[in-house]
Write a protein that binds this ligand. Structure first.
Ligand SMILES: [Zn+2]
Length: 197
């Protein structure tokens, strides 16, 4: 970790996206959108892993898509209460179903972004050896259309969102950090406070 990179982390305000494996049996509550800091929100509840939202001056960037139509509809409705700007981008932090299955319920105008390995993992066979559902041609539009390797910057108007990849997490394509401003970082499951010191 180089010096400038470390400096960023010394100042950061952390939100850990603790994406514990999603249990089918757990109670499902309506989606809640909770302000974290500035333009950054957590997307809680619904069906699927915890997500995030970054509301920029020219649009919204979402982090992970959760799992079903009801949850996505509630997410979209919640975002509309924050801004009338469109949802432009959705970052899939990794390829587990509780982070990506909801892709199919977003409008076609949303561009999906992921690490290159994450996109490849969409096509891997399931644990029981059956082929991935993502090989179906009609699902192509909801696969990540833009991929990156080490890092990527996304501009929402004057706001810059930085995506960082630090290596293999519990999947090979796990995105580890999404930073929206100097003190606000959204982290994937790979890191904890200790890892950053
Ligand atoms: Zn996962």
């Amino acid at each position: 970790m180089n010096k400038s990179f470390r400096l960023v982390f010394i100042q950061l305000f952390l939100v850990l996206f603790i994406s514990l494996p999603f249990s089918q049996a757990q109670d499902i509550f309506p989606v809640k959108i909770k302000l974290i800091s500035g333009e950054i929100y957590e997307i809680l509840d619904g069906r699927g892993a915890r997500g995030g939202a970054y509301v920029g001056s020219s649009g919204v960037l979402l982090i992970d898509s959760k799992m079903d139509k009801k949850t996505v509809d509630e997410t979209i409705g919640g975002i509309k209460t924050l801004t009338n700007k469109p949802i432009r981008y959705l970052i899939n932090t990794h390829s587990d179903a509780d982070h990506v299955d909801g892709n199919q319920y977003f409008p076609e105008t949303v561009t999906f972004i992921a690490h290159e390995n994450c996109r490849k993992e969409f096509f891997h066979s399931k644990r029981d050896g059956t082929p991935s559902d993502w090989n179906k041609p009609d699902l192509i539009p909801i696969l990540p259309a833009i991929t990156f390797l080490d890092r990527m910057d996304i501009y929402l108007g004057s706001k810059k969102i930085e995506l960082w990849y630090f290596g293999v997490g519990h999947t090979t394509g796990m995105l580890s950090s999404i930073s929206g401003k100097k003190r606000s970082h959204l982290l994937g499951t790979k890191y904890s406070w200790k890892d950053l010191s």
